[in-house]
Write a protein that binds this ligand. Structure first.
Ligand code: GDP
Length: 296
């Protein structure tokens, strides 16, 4: 994967050409470069350490086959390990539940939850031919409820009204009841976010999870958050049994290290990537392509 080589990687490849085996010494050199590339891509330090150790284990003693140069073989190992850490095949939304399948959206304020809720609604309508209802449990920000209404309309889904004087649990129960009565396939539940982790908020979303028993609990996280994404991911993973990640704002200029950190911290697949503000700006997460972005 020559396109994924950084200048540094190319240098290593060059100096190691001509050597027939991957040795302890050249693995050490290479790992220093890998470590640097990952840190530059804003991958969290503990995640970098863990990753480098795994690659080292894989690389040590591995014989270089045929015409492959040791440097290239090492880069290949790094690439494969990066892609394998970030994904395992294509992970779509799981709808295997008695309808309506409930999808709970979790994440900090500004992460892109509301936008992603509408993008997912559009995806499920167009690609999976589902009848989709959305509802907002964000009773703290009336503007958020209105925003969901607007983008749900753009997505061609139905929006269930809620108001700031209601309790999130009551809203959820009413929306679920409505979805059942009107034979919706999917209920997407947008939730309140805060600017930082907050115990009240976590308890609220835990309560919603217990009441709704969602088939998917998606953690929505801003790729531009870089290192901070790790702390957010940890807090949400501890509070909720997450089933997937949506990485938003991948169209920004981040090097994408958050993908590796968040995937490793939560242990759940990155299902989608947000690639624009528009309603159709949602793509399947491509781990191999993303590995190239982190190293490139
Ligand atoms: P919420 O507070 O988590 O519900 O976040 P919003 O859905 O309101 O999104 C916050 C901001 O990020 C809005 O201005 C969105 O248009 C923007 N946004 C969301 N997803 C993306 C994305 O994938 N790319 C870009 N460029 N902007 C996004």
């Amino acid at each position: 994967m020559a396109t994924a080589l950084t200048d540094k990687f190319s240098r290593i490849v060059k100096t190691m050409s001509g050597q027939a085996r991957i040795t302890d010494a050249n693995v050490q050199d290479m790992m220093r470069e890998v470590r640097m590339a990952l840190l530059e891509a804003d991958v969290a330090l503990p995640v970098v350490r863990d990753f480098v150790n795994r690659v080292k284990d894989k690389a040590m003693g591995e014989e270089v086959l045929g015409s492959l140069k040791p440097g290239q073989a090492l880069v290949g190992i790094v690439n494969r390990e990066l892609a394998a850490t970030m994904g395992e095949g294509v992970a779509d939304i799981n709808l295997a539940a008695q309808p309506p399948a409930v999808i709970l959206m979790a994440g900090l304020q500004g992460a892109g939850k509301t936008t992603t809720t509408a993008k997912l609604a559009k995806h499920l309508i167009e690609k999976r031919k589902k009848k989709v209802l959305t509802v907002s449990g964000d009773v703290y920000r009336p503007a958020a409820i209105e925003q969901l209404k607007t983008v749900t309309k753009q997505a061609g889904a139905e929006w269930f009204p809620s108001t700031p004087d209601q309790k999130p649990l009551d809203i959820a129960a009413a929306a679920l009841d409505y979805a059942k009565k009107h034979h919706f396939d999917v209920l997407l539940v947008d939730t309140a976010g805060r600017l930082a982790i907050d115990e009240l908020l976590m308890n609220e979303i835990k309560g919603l999870h217990a009441a709704l028993k969602p088939v998917e609990t998606l953690f929505v996280v801003d790729a531009m958050q870089g290192q901070d994404a790790v702390n957010t991911a940890k807090a949400f993973r501890e509070a909720l049994p997450l089933t997937g990640i949506v990485l938003t704002k991948m169209d920004g200029d981040s090097r994408g290290g958050a993908a590796l950190s968040v995937r490793q911290i939560t242990g759940v697949p990155i299902k989608f990537a947000g690639v624009s503000e528009k309603i159709d700006g949602l793509e399947r997460f491509d781990a191999e392509r993303h590995a190239g972005r982190i190293l490139g």
